[in-house]
Design a protein around this ligand. Structure first.
Ligand SMILES: [Zn+2]
Length: 484
């Protein structure tokens, strides 16, 4: 072996160790600090209080929410320039009426166009202010100022959902979201980091690919987590890779969120991970939080925020409408009647789980996640999945609306994909989804992801909404990435 070659070998051997040493230290500090911030003495008490109230009679829940709403409105008048001059008399008895009468509905554009009216501290965070960021996919990030209280409540509310599965502190949990726990170009295991503070195996979702995934499957099998937090797309990717290997994992619960969860994803995840998926709906603005229970119903957490569902004119509706929410627990920057582009409707009745929180239908219709047919009608993603059934050679796919009545289906092909399969796909869309659609199929090497490394199966890139509001609103991302 020549000197040069020996040097190369030594460098190659030393480099990964050096990188992984500093990455491991960084991880220890990051997750250790995070644990200290979250797990204060009050943490467990907070969660127990939240668990105790979820089966209260509805009137008692409502009056607790009225108290929190009053706190928020009073803080808004104090903190937010837009409401400084508001003269309304606010009390627990009239708080919902006062909200509807004196506080107009706002949305992301108000915050972006007139920050001076909507942000405290003249829009410049103080050194001690906790700042959360949303990263709109169209490059319009937005900052949110948060109180420490709001961060602690957020963590407790998220943790409460985990407890619905029977998860208790100290039990093994896995994590498969966006965290970069090992260098992205790492080519030998471990592709994970064991966060001993939470007994949590944090797996690098960047390494969910062929040369690395066998080690990841083995590590997850060995670790045997009781539950796993994941994006729908990362859990689905793992399920696909398991399917390709004709193999299974056993993780009793998978908690998903931050992206839409499509029925075909849920189905494969539940089969391949032998799991029950518990989805949730939330956002960085923290104006609504809904959690799926063991009976598959999505419960709106009324101790998290005050939610209204309104029609295009801003009036309350029992039909499908926009989600409008008012934050609780954040005295630094309360958001009042903030409208999302997400749509849902109230689900009447009560749930067999016994929790009294109101229920909503699965949230859909974010413009960028919505496909429209040849007549401008909304098309359900579940319906689109039918077009893909029984096709061969499609590793990954994405359905994009690129114009009015025009879809582009992007396919990462594998063995078996040919012209005949391509024609069958187009044919299926016309037969099973909408005969009037124009469809092009494009073969690609990979499906582009958003900046937060998230994957969307359905994507609307046509730039305008052909049916409802005619407005383009960037979606927000990853409600949990901003937690310190
Ligand atoms: Zn329920």
């Amino acid at each position: 072996m020549g000197v040069r070659q020996l040097e190369t070998t030594l460098t190659e051997a030393a480099a990964p160790a050096r990188i992984s040493g500093s990455a491991a230290l960084r991880n220890e500090l990051k997750y250790g600090l995070r644990f200290l911030v979250r797990h204060t003495l009050h943490y467990e008490r907070r969660i127990r209080a939240l668990l105790a109230q979820e089966r209260w009679p509805r009137e008692r829940l409502d009056s607790a929410a009225d108290g929190l709403l009053l706190d928020t409105l009073q803080a808004a008048v104090r903190r937010i320039p837009r409401y400084h001059s508001l003269k309304a008399h606010l009390s627990v008895g009239n708080v919902r009426e006062a909200l509807a009468e004196h506080f107009p509905i706002i949305d992301r554009r108000d915050l972006m166009v007139r920050p001076a009216d909507h942000f405290p501290y003249e829009s410049a965070p103080r050194p001690w202010t906790i700042v959360g960021r949303t990263s709109g996919t169209s490059g319009s990030p937005l900052q949110m100022f948060r109180s420490l209280e709001s961060v602690l409540w957020e963590n407790a509310i998220v943790e409460r959902h985990f407890r619905w599965s029977g998860y208790r502190p100290g039990m093994r949990r896995a994590y498969l979201r966006g965290d970069l726990v090992v260098p992205i170009d790492r080519a030998s295991p471990p592709y994970w980091f064991h966060n001993r503070y939470n007994n949590q195996l944090i797996v690098s979702s960047r390494h969910l690919r062929d040369p690395c995934v066998d080690d990841i499957i083995e590590a997850l099998t060995r670790f045997a987590p009781f539950m796993m937090e994941a994006y729908p797309s990362t859990a689905y990717e793992l399920a696909l890779l398991l399917e390709q290997r004709n193999s299974f994992l056993r993780i009793p619960y998978v908690f998903t969120g931050s992206e839409p969860l499509y029925p075909h994803q849920r189905q494969l995840i539940e089969t391949r991970l032998a799991t029950r998926v518990m989805d949730h709906y939330g956002m960085a603005e923290r104006i609504a939080y809904a959690t799926e229970c063991e009976y598959g119903n999505l419960h709106l957490n009324t101790d998290y925020s005050y939610v209204e569902i309104v029609d295009d004119d801003g009036h309350p509706t029992d039909d499908e409408g926009y989600i409008v929410g008012t934050t609780f627990h954040n005295s630094v920057m309360p958001l009042v009647r903030y409208r999302m582009s997400d749509r849902t409707r109230w689900r009447p009745g009560s749930c067999a789980c016994g929790r009294t929180y109101p229920m909503i239908e699965p949230v859909s219709g974010k413009f960028e996640d919505t496909l429209f047919g040849s007549q401008g009608q909304r098309i359900s993603p579940s319906v689109v999945t039918f077009a893909f059934k029984a096709l061969r050679g499609i590793k990954y796919s994405q359905v994009a609306q690129i114009g009015e009545g025009l879809w582009e289906i992007r396919v990462v092909p594998e063995a078996g994909f040919n012209e005949a399969e391509r024609d069958r796909l187009i044919d299926n869309v016309r037969k099973l989804v909408d005969p009037g659609l124009r469809v092009v199929v494009r073969e690609v090497d990979e499906i582009a992801r958003t900046t937060a490394h998230k994957y969307r199966w359905i994507v609307n890139e046509s730039g305008h909404d052909s049916k409802s509001t005619g407005e383009f609103r960037p979606r927000t991302e990853d409600p949990k990435s901003a937690v310190p």
